[in-house]
Design a binder for this molecule. Structure first.
Ligand code: MSP
Length: 470
């Protein structure tokens, strides 16, 4: 039994959950459940990113105390995660006293690579990121993601020597020691790495008050990304605990927009700490609305809670894990969501379970169930994090069982009194469903449990349809 540690990005607490936040959670949860299914011991972390100007400004705008503001949002996020049917073992808030203390310890360990210098350049508070002159010029001085002019910073900061680790990071990425998925992002990251200057990792307290104080310098506060990236190990108790049972992480799930921090700053920090790098960075694409980025100004933001409430958690996970490609940007539309629910979940799967269980029950057939193995194609997709492909493969098998029923016509066998043949056919179909259900279980745990309950001997039809239609 291997020990598998899986992490999810920690969202900023400057608002309520966005539909994109669900991606990290659902993908990581599915992968974690798959790892448990194949017998591994799994730990999965989640958490909240609570420091920085962006959050402080939002609380000010609302006229509320910043700590009270984040406390409220954290509860909303925890509730959201639980509504998604996502199970984590560890939760970290960047305002936790233990986290703050550990991040300061991390800073001290990294001090041989930290120096103080004047910073003069540009910053986007929306991205919480420094931008180069080149980017500033290319974007005409305005952040394309946040539509806000970059801010000019001229101040004395602490810097972290990314330069010291560049060669080793490049080697780790090129050799696959740090695997970046999808593969095509690797080139992009290697190009960014070449251009990466040493990164500023603090701000004067006069400019940023809401953050972890730099140890030994009361006038400086830590850069949010240094604070935030550390969460993956502070949650395990680093540095005072030996984390080698769980670290390095088997997989870190992040959106493509934040891959650069995870593939450059984070490996440099880990190298400075003398810790191994995560094995895989899984960077998923963005969820779009009608091909566009969701934004309040366009007015096309889809509230994930509305989607969850429409047809429940299984419909939500079904859509986001199958119809939103694991790696590419994909569209959410209500029409696509409704079609997926009605035509696929309700018709392909719901009717199948109902139909098969009813026939078995009505004909009093006793089924001998075998313990199914996972097909190689499915495991290969799962092991290479192609989760939407593994789900497609599973769904083909669901449709295949429907075709088998249509071909074998068990109702004709019943009519003709061919009881032996009928028992054989229904036995085969029920075993196929059991096998497919095992494959479905990491994606749709709630549904898989219901189907398992139906598949007890004697097989009983569900009292309620699995997916009721309006
Ligand atoms: N706080 C940082 C992460 C720190 S991790 C050490 C952050 N927060 S975020 O709230 O902006 O984003 C959290 C996660 O949600 C990221 O993985 C991000 O990519 C994901 N998404 C936010 N909007 C998204 C979409 N529209 N689509 C898919 N995922 C996106 O970045």
């Amino acid at each position: 039994m291997a020990k598998v540690y899986i992490t999810t990005a920690i969202p900023y607490m400057n608002g309520t959950p966005h539909i994109g936040h669900a991606m990290d959670y659902c993908l990581a949860d599915t992968y974690a459940r798959y790892q448990k299914l194949i017998g591994n011991d799994v730990r999965m972390s989640a958490g909240t990113d609570e420091h920085g100007n962006k959050i402080e400004q939002k609380a000010k705008e609302l006229g509320v105390d910043v700590k009270e503001y984040v406390d409220g949002n954290v509860e909303i996020f925890k509730d959201f995660i639980s509504k998604l049917g996502v199970e984590y073992t560890d939760f970290v808030r960047t305002t936790d006293a233990d986290h703050e203390r550990r991040v300061q310890e991390i800073w001290k360990i990294l001090s041989p690579y930290i120096y103080k210098a004047k910073y003069a350049g540009w910053y986007c508070t929306g991205c919480e990121r420094y931008v180069t002159e080149k980017e500033y010029d290319e974007n005409g001085g305005v952040c394309p993601d946040h539509q806000k002019p970059y801010q000019k910073f001229e101040e004395e900061n602490y810097y972290f020597k990314i330069s010291e680790f560049k060669d080793k990071i490049r080697e780790a990425i090129e050799s696959g020691e740090l695997l970046i998925l999808p593969e095509f992002r690797k080139k992009e990251i290697l190009a960014l790495l070449e251009e990466s200057p040493d990164v500023s990792i603090s701000r004067p307290k006069s400019q940023l008050d809401w953050g972890v104080p730099v140890p030994g310098d009361a006038d400086q506060v830590m850069y949010v990304w240094m604070d935030a990236l550390s969460n993956y190990i502070t949650v395990l108790g680093y540095p005072e605990n030996d984390i080698s049972d769980w670290w390095p992480a088997a997989a870190e799930f992040v959106g493509k927009d934040i891959l650069r921090f995870h593939a450059i700053i984070w490996p440099a920090m880990l190298m400075g700490l003398g810790l191994p790098l995560p094995k895989v960075l899984v960077s998923h694409g963005m969820v779009l609305a009608d091909g566009q980025k969701m934004s309040k100004s366009i007015g096309n933001v889809v509230n994930p809670v509305d989607v969850l409430e429409k047809h429940g958690v299984s419909a939500f996970r079904y859509f986001f894990l199958r119809h939103i490609d694991t790696f590419a940007d994909s569209d959410f539309t209500w029409e696509k969501f409704e079609n997926a629910y009605n035509n696929e979940l309700a018709n392909d799967l719901g009717n199948l379970v109902q139909r098969l269980a009813t026939m078995i029950h009505k004909n009093g057939v006793e089924i001998a169930f075998d313990e199914p193995d996972l097909p190689k194609e499915y495991s290969d997709y799962m092991n290479s994090f192609e989760l939407s492909k593994a789900f497609d493969y599973t769904w083909d098998l669901v449709q295949n069982i429907n075709r088998m029923i249509d071909d074998e016509k068990p109702w004709m066998l019943a009519k003709a009194g061919e009881t032996e043949k009928l028992a054989e056919v229904l036995g085969k179909l029920a075993n196929e469903l059991k096998s497919v259900n095992k494959m479905l279980s990491p994606f749709l745990p709630e549904v898989a449990e219901k189907i398992d309950a139906v598949l007890v001997n004697p097989v009983t039809p569900p009292a309620q349809p699995l997916f009721p239609k309006d």
